[in-house]
Design a protein around this ligand. Sequence first.
Ligand code: SF4
Length: 610
Amino acid sequence: MGTASEEAIRRICDHLGNDRTRLLDIVRAVDRRFQCVDDLALDAIASQLALDRAEVEGVVSFYSFLSTHPKGRVVIRLCDDVVDRMKGADEVRTAFETELGIRPGETTPDGSISLERTSCIGMSDQAPSAMVDQVIVNELTASKARALVRALRALPPGSDLRASLSDCYGDGNNAHDLVRASVRNSIRLRGPVIFAEYENGSGLRQSLAMSPAEVIRVIKASRLRGRGGAGFPTGIKWEHTRSHQADQRYIICNADEGEPGTFKDRVILTERPDLLIEGMTIAGYAVGATQGIVYLRAEYEYLHAFLESVLERRRHAGLLGRGILGHSGVDFDIHVRLGAGSYVCGEETALIESLEGRRGQPRYKPPFPAEHGYLQKPTVVNNVETLCRVSRILERGSAWFAALGSKASTGTKLLSVCGDCHRPGIYEVEFGIKLSEVLELSGSGHPAAVLVGGPSGRLIPPAEFDRSICFDDLSTGGAIIVFDRTRDLLDIASQYLAFFIHESCGYCTPCRVGNTLLKERLDKIRDGRGRPEDISYLENLAGTITTASRCGLGWTSPNPVLSTLEGFPEEYERRIAPNTDVDSCGFDLDASVQEAGRLAGPEGSGSHAL
Ligand code: SF4
């Protein structure tokens, strides 16, 4: 603890091989040790790695869990997501502020505690929640928040927070010695794929009895599609990756579950890590990769030691490492690497940039990772849920899997249901299930709206609750957020726009500036100051952001506006005064570009995409 010393930083860099691609790990370690990466540390790291200081500073400034300014010895990150606010996060924040005598973004005068807001930490089923360093505290109330601050103040510096703050642990592996978290799994419906009994190694044994090409054929025959939301066929992705000549290929598991309202990967990582690791191992065999990486979001760091122990156990059992299950030449091993707080790193090329020690800015595609991925080598990036299904498909066969779900959407899907429902949690359902059935299962009554797919998805009105959850109808990465009739849907859309504005990597103007303009105009309508022409302004600007942005964040960020305009036009109409004295024709591109320039400042003049 204390001021960074060049010697300590040199040791951290040496420990990580002075490897430029480990820059994120290095700055994480420095930030952890000294509560920030200050000027001295930036210079020392740059010198040690032979980098420009600006490059190091650029990485530190990109990730919300890192700082160039000193933080408290303990950092409380209060989840600021929509669902948390619905469950009382504002009262909890006020209690923290009062008890600590500081506001979010500040540190107590004695340097002991910092208070911050953060985006969804993957605990929407037990909101409001917060992180105290890496320790998760959930179902917070104002009185719990005050008690927590008093407990923190009573602890001697350097205390083990995990042991000191959690007096009871959650179910399953949440109570494991290496986890000891008060988190609950909230598994409400166990389906036949992820949560069925599974004998470790069974899928892997089946795969090693086949050639790699046959394994890919099995996955293609199962018609497995990626569960991250886009639904790209997994077998085809693997085939492309294998087809590119290279001395190394990589398997990356995207465990950067950042979509607000989604928490299914958290439960898989806690209760089904073997299924995931086995899926990665099978993928490695199929595409000819010997190395895998789990990119674990910083919010789930409390699972890191547990996951390492599972990897170690599998190495001892011959299920990972060299000569897997006695097959000479079949080598595959996995490392866990941590993010540092960035939603956009869930995009596969941004994730790869992050793994290479850079700012998590999405790359242009093509080339796709299957050809030029991690370290420019052919790389498979698969979702946690997708990889788990691989193990079961190899164990039970493609026909078994393809018989589940529907023709174009085979198998099951994990849904994270939260918001205004009596039974929030994880539901493993077959594709094709009606949204109304999910609402019935989760005790949601007759809600006003359901957000399918999180803020990048669509807000669905009651007239469409009979639609099906599948790739061809309501596609979702897993988030189902229920809103009852007391909720202000335009305010919710505004909060989600604020989320996208905060999480934008800032590379292209339509996303960086356009979403700010969109929110300003939406807020004007929400507050009853709207005019009829504001609707066409919103539609046109949303269209520009969707088409001119570079990555999925920008393409989908206007969805909270577009889907409320489409499904809930009355929410706009009732707040808009009739036009009596204005001759505006709505969207004025020139005026908007000028407005964009004003908001973007000097940096905005170098627009990359407009
Ligand atoms: Fe970054 Fe947004 Fe552009 Fe994506 S769309 S590259 S998040 S600025």
